[in-house]
Ligand binder design. Structure first.
Ligand SMILES: C[S@@+](CC[C@H](N)C(=O)[O-])C[C@H]1O[C@@H](n2cnc3c(N)ncnc32)[C@H](O)[C@@H]1O
Length: 191
């Protein structure tokens, strides 16, 4: 698959990420985990992404940067208005707004309402709800798509229950990348 080539945008995003590298304070993922998400999207040519838990937008910027290359778009959901507004400013500054549909909403109600289809999901909101988010999205995740989740393998909240559930499914191939704060990566291999 051909990737879009936009060196000016790449430089704008890279500059934004470099300048803000040490200033993420709102439970944001570390850059190394952002790179993992970015690479999964680019390598698989994903274009229809969903993020649950925007905060101020660090992970969304990595995801949207990848989507700027594949020609895709991200829907991202945040419940906190201040963080949502800050994320919108960050998306502008990074030059990625056109690739992001940011929603101020409670993901508990919005996620089950989304029709998709999606080929990439990143779950990073309330940990107790991870299994519910997965069950709501699964019917709308295409075969060949990927469901990722953050803070896995550290015994936090419902993450253990979620990881055990998704690992037990024979139509998903799940691995854990523990380079940063623990990203589970589950490829959907069949319905
Ligand atoms: C760990 S932070 C997300 C960090 C973000 N992915 C990043 O790397 O920049 C989790 C976010 O999920 C949001 N959140 C928690 N419960 C939520 C819900 N029910 N619906 C939407 N957002 C929620 C919190 O307000 C918080 O900003």
């Amino acid at each position: 698959q051909e990737l879009n080539n936009n060196p000016e945008l790449d430089e704008q995003v890279q500059t934004f990420l470099d300048e803000n590298r040490r200033s993420w304070r709102d439970m944001n993922i570390p850059a190394i985990d952002g790179q993992i998400l970015h690479d999964i999207i680019v390598e698989n040519g994903y274009t229809r992404a969903l993020e649950i838990g925007t905060s101020t937008g660090h992970s969304a910027i990595w995801i949207a940067w990848a989507l700027s290359k594949t020609g895709g778009k991200l829907i991202t959901i945040e419940i906190d208005e201040d963080r949502y507004n800050e994320a919108l400013e960050n998306f502008e500054e990074a030059g990625l707004s056109e690739f992001i549909d940011a929603k101020l909403a409670n993901a508990h109600t919005l996620v089950p309402e989304l029709e998709g289809p999606f080929d990439f999901v990143f779950s990073d909101a309330d940990k107790d709800w991870y299994t519910n988010y997965f069950k709501a999205v699964d019917p709308n995740l295409v075969v060949g798509g990927c469901f990722t989740a953050h803070n896995i393998g550290r015994g936090r909240g419902g993450t253990t229950e979620f990881y055990e559930h998704i690992s037990s499914l024979s139509n998903y191939e799940t691995t854990l990348n523990s380079t940063g704060n623990g990203v589970s990566i589950s490829y959907k291999r069949g319905e």
